[in-house]
Design a protein around this ligand. Structure first.
Ligand code: HEM
Length: 481
């Protein structure tokens, strides 16, 4: 009896505390509209986690291009005026990149890097993904893709093979990317299929790990996958076998110089594995999926790529149709949320001239997927795949996009914005082009069911880079003779 009364009292106190924390906050002058949600402390966390795109679209209709919502005890200001993204993100004094990144690194990768310096780390990464280093990486990637695709068909070259398009694309690009960036003389014996499968177990649970929403049985799967991957990603092993001056060797050296212990190095390697291999495979799936379900687009891209087959890599630049189809694919399926911690009160000026104050201690989120990518005022019928959306009538690259007469800085932003811009974007574009070129010119690839539609998006993945589908699209393929 005493225990029950104490428990009831404790719950009442907790509820009161949550209520106080949530409803104590009120909107101050010049602050964005505030939407606390109905549930104390949790606020909108459940709806946000279930389907961020749907929730933020609802909030945008209610409040406009800027608003503050309560999410699991945090106040998050969401900015959806894409013309003001660059100015806001440039202010590194008021907006901190590392704090929230550290939170996610700990939740997902069990990784703590207290001396994380994103600016120097980024500089280091960038030098490996441009110029001669980039050319070398792209040509290694091309060789790896050719080898892997050849081995897919060695047993019965003339026969049809069946697969799901998502698993076909993701496994091939993962394996080729892994060999290119993590391949060393020492680890060639690692079974690539096993690495991919363990990686996928982990990747599937990633959004739940980030939201701390994993079930008990899923925790066991996530822990086991993480441990197996840590085992495979042994830095000492990689350091000896990696190409001198390669991205991998520079990264390991950088960790060592920071005094990072061997276990933390493995955890950091898993983070890098996900960052470098987690997006290209899903992007290839969406691109080929849209082409297979839009015959006119497939014809146009195949026609353009056919002329490139025998050209060296550096002469395959002029592909406006492919570039437009890829941009259109990424417009529909690249959905990273860019988050910053507000360290000092800051004023944000929107394109309409109105100014809003961001409160110290809140978070700021930018979501290019909703604006500009899916904004119906920027793109006519934004939910539809139109392979030539990024082409002018004369076939040249379309650069200008408008919203109610106002010129937009960007028509699409799949690679992020400002200091967050993906350093691997040129490598990713080249890998996707090589992959599609090989598939469309050297293989017959078709839908198992000609009337099949693209699968739905898994809505829990909004916010984590490239989207992934619910289910798959069945295909069959064989070598062209
Ligand atoms: C279609 C494929 C890809 C897309 C759409 C994409 C998109 C992005 C985006 C939006 C970010 C910023 C994320 C954030 O800060 O929250 C990012 C970061 C990053 N990307 Fe990519 N990416 C792709 C492929 C790649 C590839 C293939 C590599 C490397 C080989 C790569 C390397 C990186 C790295 C290292 C970062 C972290 C940069 C930093 O911390 O400053 N990405 N990517």
């Amino acid at each position: 009896m005493v225990l029950t009364t104490a428990a009831l009292l404790l719950s009442a106190l907790l509820a009161l505390a949550l209520f106080f924390v949530t409803f104590r906050r009120s909107r101050r002058r010049n602050e964005p509209p505030l939407d606390r949600g109905r549930v104390p402390w949790l606020g909108h966390a459940l709806e946000f986690g279930r389907d961020a795109a749907r929730f933020l679209t609802r909030m945008k209709h209610k409040h406009g291009d800027i608003f503050t919502v309560c999410v699991a005890g945090h106040y998050v200001t969401v900015l959806l005026d894409s013309n003001s993204y660059d100015d806001v993100l440039a202010d590194k004094h008021s907006l901190d990149l590392t704090r929230y990144a550290q939170v996610l690194m700990k939740r997902i990768f069990r990784l703590r890097l207290p001396n994380l310096d994103p600016v120097s780390e980024r500089r280091m990464v960038e030098q490996h993904f441009k110029g001669i280093s980039l050319n070398r990486l792209c040509s290694t990637m091309q060789n790896n893709l050719n080898l892997l695709l050849a081995s897919e068909t060695t047993q019965n070259p003339a026969g049809w093979k069946k697969d799901g398009l998502f698993s076909f694309c993701y496994s091939l690009l993962f394996k080729a990317g892994y060999l290119t960036l993590f391949g060393t003389k020492n680890n060639n014996h690692a079974d690539l299929t096993e690495v991919y499968e363990v990686f996928r177990q982990f990747d599937k649970l990633l959004p739940k790990l980030a939201r701390r929403a994993v079930r008990k049985d899923e925790i066991t799967v996530a822990n086991s996958a993480r441990e197996q991957l840590w085992e495979l990603l042994c830095p000492a092993w990689f350091a000896k076998g990696a190409e001198p001056q390669s991205w991998l060797q520079t990264y390991i050296q950088h960790l060592e110089e920071q005094g990072v212990d061997p276990q933390t190095q493995r955890q950091a390697m898993l983070l890098q594995l996900w960052v470098t291999q987690g997006n290209a495979g899903p992007a290839a799936f969406w691109l080929l999926g849209f082409l297979l379900t839009h015959p006119e687009a497939l014809r146009a891209v195949r026609e353009e790529l056919k002329g490139l087959q025998h050209l060296p890599l550096d002469e395959r630049e002029n592909t406006p149709v492919f570039n437009s189809a890829l941009k259109e694919t990424l417009r529909l399926t690249a959905a990273a949320l860019i988050t910053r911690e507000v360290m000092h009160e800051k004023t944000v000026r929107l394109s309409d001239g109105k100014e809003y104050t961001l409160r110290h201690g809140d978070r700021l989120c930018i979501f290019p997927f909703l604006s500009p990518q899916m904004d119906p005022l920027v793109h006519h019928e934004p939910e539809k795949f139109k392979f030539d959306r990024f082409l002018n009538a004369d076939g040249t690259k379309k650069r200008e996009f408008f919203k109610e007469g106002l010129r937009m800085k960007y028509g699409t932003m799949p690679w992020g914005a400002g200091s967050n811009l993906c350093p691997g974007r040129s490598f990713a574009i080249s890998a996707l082009k090589q992959f599609v070129l090989i598939i469309l010119t050297r293989f017959h690839l078709e839908l198992s069911d000609f009337s099949a539609c693209m699968p739905q998006v898994d809505p829990s993945r909004y916010g984590f880079g490239m989207l992934q589908p619910y289910g798959d699209l069945e295909i069959r393929y064989r070598l062209r003779t």
